[in-house]
Write a protein that binds this ligand. Structure first.
Ligand code: 8Y4
Length: 279
């Protein structure tokens, strides 16, 4: 199947899987030394990720981790918009904006973002309209519950079927709102209201989600499922993340969201080559 993702006037070829590099703009990441130094460090981090083979940069200004402090719209705008403007002025790299807030989506797209990465799958009031108006690509992610409480007691009868059904409903909501289906990528949301067993069942059988010919994005990088499986802290989860990235590509994922871009590109290329050799 010829997979493509449309954003604005561009068509992204997904016949080979690619890597989305994560740029975290929460204050602990780049802030020592003041805001201009922080912006500079963030732009250098992006240049490094591009050099390592990232095709999309996912810019985020608010943590979705359980227990994270909520960020105001003004604060989030102040973190992400100048960075997107600077990035867009110097590069035609694909820019993704990771946010829950329609106002942040809108300003980010006006500043040049190409993709809205929303862990709420555009369910917030006004989010669908923002995506439709800018004609950008959208990543619709599945989450059970809400970030603060989602890991309390996740339950599914069949996680693969239920996640697939949700993603298909949200794809249809996009189409009903006037968004081109070709602009949509779907994401099972590893770790978002899922036990280790749920995450493993999803990774074992992504095609059973039956997401109607749309490409799949998988985010597994450094996630706590590897703490549960291997007992490893966040700074020692690279090898586990690479194994999972390769398995996701083997299961048909087109975009892998990752912190460690060079290593992930290599793992993805190996898995893609094996997939191509399949008779
Ligand atoms: C260490 C570092 C431990 C990061 C955990 C984490 C996804 C996503 C996130 C995903 C899409 C994360 C914004 C969670 N995960 N967007 N965002 N898909 N589309 N945790 O899987 O990276 S944040």
């Amino acid at each position: 199947m010829k997979m493509q993702l449309r954003t604005r006037d561009r068509l992204l070829d997904l016949s080979e899987p690619l890597v989305m590099g994560i740029l975290n703009l929460t204050p602990d990441s780049f802030s020592d030394g003041g805001r201009y130094a922080a912006r500079d460090a963030a732009l250098r981090r992006v240049e490094t990720m591009i050099g390592e083979g990232a095709v999309i940069i996912d810019v985020g200004g608010e943590s979705t981790r359980p227990g994270a402090r909520p960020v105001s719209v003004a604060e989030e705008l102040d973190r992400v918009v100048p960075l997107i403007e600077a990035l867009r002025a110097g590069s035609d790299i694909l820019i993704s904006i990771d946010t829950l807030k329609p106002d942040v989506m809108d300003a980010s797209c006006a500043a040049g973002a190409d993709l809205i990465n929303d862990v709420l799958a555009l369910q917030a009031p006004g989010a669908l309209a923002v995506a439709e108006r800018h004609r950008v690509a959208v990543c619709l992610m599945h989450m059970q519950g809400e970030p603060r409480t989602m890991q309390a007691a996740p339950h599914y009868d069949d996680v693969v079927i239920e996640v697939g059904a949700f993603l298909n409903q949200r794809l249809q909501a996009c189409i009903d709102a006037g968004i081109d289906a070709e602009c949509v990528v779907l994401d099972p949301g590893f770790g978002f209201g899922k036990t280790l067993q749920h995450n493993l069942e999803l990774l074992a059988d992504l095609p059973r989600m039956r997401v109607g010919g749309r490409p799949v994005l998988a985010g597994l990088s450094r996630k706590s499922m590897f703490q549960k499986l291997l007992g490893l802290p966040v700074d020692q989860r690279l090898h586990a993340s690479l194994a999972a990235a390769a398995l996701a590509v083997w299961q048909g994922a087109s975009i892998i969201r990752a912190h460690d871009v060079r290593a992930t590109v290599e793992a993805v290329r190996v898995a893609a080559a094996v997939l191509r050799a399949r008779k």
